[in-house]
Design a protein around this ligand. Sequence first.
Ligand code: ME8
Length: 520
Amino acid sequence: MADPYYITTAIHYPNGKPHIGHAYETIAADVMARFQRLQGREVRFQTGTDEHGLKMAQKARDLGVTPRELADEMSGYFRALFDKLDISYDRFIRTTEDEHHRASQAIWQAMEANGDLYLDRYEGWYSIRDEAYYDESELTDGEGGEKLSPQGTPVEWTVEESWFFRLSKYQDPLLALYRGNPDFIQPDSRRNEVVRFVEGGLRDLSVSRTSFDWGVKVPGHEDHVMYVWVDALTNYITGLGYPDQTEMMAKFWPADLHLIGKDIVRFHAVYWPAFLMSAGIAVPKKVYGHGFLLNRGQKESKSLGNVTDPAELADRFGVDPLRYFLLREFSFGQDGSYSQEAIVNRNNAELANSFGNLAQRVLSMIYKNLKGRLERVEATEQDINLIATVADACRTELPRAFEKLAFSEGIEAWMRAVYACNQYVDEQAPWALRKTDPERMKVVLYTLFLVIRDLAIAIQPVIPQKAGALLDQLGVTAEQRSYADLEDVDWYLRLVDSGFSLDKPEGLFPRLELPEEERT
Ligand code: ME8
């Protein structure tokens, strides 16, 4: 049976419409999910919306609607965006679902039964925007002298009766977890930050609120709602059927990867494993904190007027060019800056002029000069060299990089193989061979047909629609598109024997133009 693989994104706050950061994270998780499926693994992929908490309650009040109405409306935009972006999620979870309340109360009771929850009074600096308390020492002064959290959000002195979680008890177990599993937090820079934070000493965590009621009720103490992060993190097991001992729990837990942004690593790498240890549940295998996406170097915000609707970007430039750009342009662990111009340039240079042009030129020549028919031929050393170069990129370099979430590195290796193909086309000049040596022309074109199939299979996770359409043109059936099929060197002979002939090829990778108003 295939090795199971469970991947999750953060669940997104639906206190507004989705922004480009939400699209970025979810596309990256989708690429990983598709990549693992193509490796033959049985994948479960969960995403969704995080609908409780003060931030939701306040936003709803500002808009004059109930939090439930706000969540219903906004969550719909997230789901519609992810469908548009071809996100192959298996479960879109909403934390307002009944079964999620049940799971959150169950994990609470398990932590309580373990003696890790107690009632006390809480006073401290609280950021509504981050839904988190901060230490005095972590705060900075804003321009007007107001206190700001490390994320730059305003904090207020808050006093309330609260349940506490004995986080301090988990300091050593957490440090042992990080020591024993050096890959638990990635990239390394984030791991070092977390280790330093935990080594600095952990204070017990306030985990309930009485000042508002938009949340999961604390079992037996209905005047308290759970701190939103307790219920939010629990979504990862709700989606597998917890607290029931389901087959899905047995198969997919612990999760292979929680893919999240760098700002919420502490919640996933400190609080979450501590809650799980307390409740007697296995901890996830890996937490990866990716970088932030900036708009021409700036954080998007309503006040700067630079908020981009990712659905509009997808409509304007196409889903696959957008997906390709986001994973190709910057190193996944680091921040990156994007602009519409950069999307257009990347698409035109690589997908249109290099890969698309290669495929279109070669398939057109086979169609026109050889009536679309394929034959067995004897490859020479230079042909075999090209086949080996492409095979190395597609079977080894790209998968090795993707496995460690180094997407841009993997795509770069793939692109180098595309360049090698274009160089081979230029050197062999099949259009000239047509008159001088038609037999050699066949060998050249069929060699290229072979390698284009490898390139299309390998890049499917990133540009699933376009790669799929190209594989359709090449006569590669849906059952022959996995990474294991890259090792199947006889496929071409079988295709020849089946009498396949190529239809008139359609260009799949158009050049894009920058809209008028974006040109400078
Ligand atoms: O943090 N670039 O929700 P959220 C890249 N509900 N990623 C970004 C980004 C940007 N500009 N802005 C945000 C929450 N993100 C919680 C999570 S999980 C149990 C609860 C990422 O809607 C952010 O880092 O603010 C997070 O991983 C995700 O988008 C959702 O952010």
